[in-house]
Design a protein around this ligand. Sequence first.
Ligand SMILES: [Zn+2]
Ligand SMILES: [Zn+2]
Length: 266
Amino acid sequence: MNFLGHSFRKSAVSALFGLAVLLGVSCSDSKDTAPNPNEIDKSVNQLPVGTSAADFLRDTEFDKLVVEIQYVEGYKPTTVALNNLKDFLLSTVNKSAGIIFKESSIPSPGLAPYSVDDIKSIEDQNRTEYNSGKSLAAYIFFADGDYNQNSGNSKVLGIAYRNTSMAIFEATVHDLSDQLLEPDREILESTIIHHEFGHVLGLVANGSTPQSDHQDVAHGHHCDVEECLMNWVVQTGDVIENLASSQAVPELDSQCQADLQFNGGK
Ligand SMILES: [Zn+2]
Ligand SMILES: [Zn+2]
């Protein structure tokens, strides 16, 4: 099983984890049309990473995308990062009925450092948005602690752990941003969020078939183009130094873009 861990460590941690979503804070005054929780089929959102790549990229099965942003109180991602994510998705996936974000917060689960099983459990207890009709749902959880597999300077910043689920270790992001020789927080957040979403979209060779030979097989489902968002270095400690000097979010290179386009993306 693939594990697309996104870590600073040299050993390619491959782990697929991650779904986190949040409930919208909006009041529901349409009780008559609210879905019955008993009728929600959560299993379609609990599949391996990459299995829903085409559902995200194409407009056929799902023409709307709901991204649930759920954070532990005090660990809300920056507005800039959320706007960057929306721009990234608008330029990558076909969703003619729109892309909406729903934000919510939860109290600290008090489980840090977090295992993948912890993250899955938190999602299962708190996620509110699931696929429904032609609406596809994604979940991103922002944790108030580190990943429990970190060791020494080896830090995991984020994981994609299910077909529509990602987690960002926001406490780790805080530790590694906004200080001298570190990137701005919104730059680091955007880099990790976009990278994890890239795995959910099937990169590299994990749901979106490569149209050219650019998989960095030695590092799992990553791209061998150095500057690409999906390069393995993005999940290593080196990314801090690179981002600190560039202060720019890496983009998908042409080969990764071609893979997504072939699978139904823009
Ligand atoms: Zn990765
Ligand atoms: Zn690439």
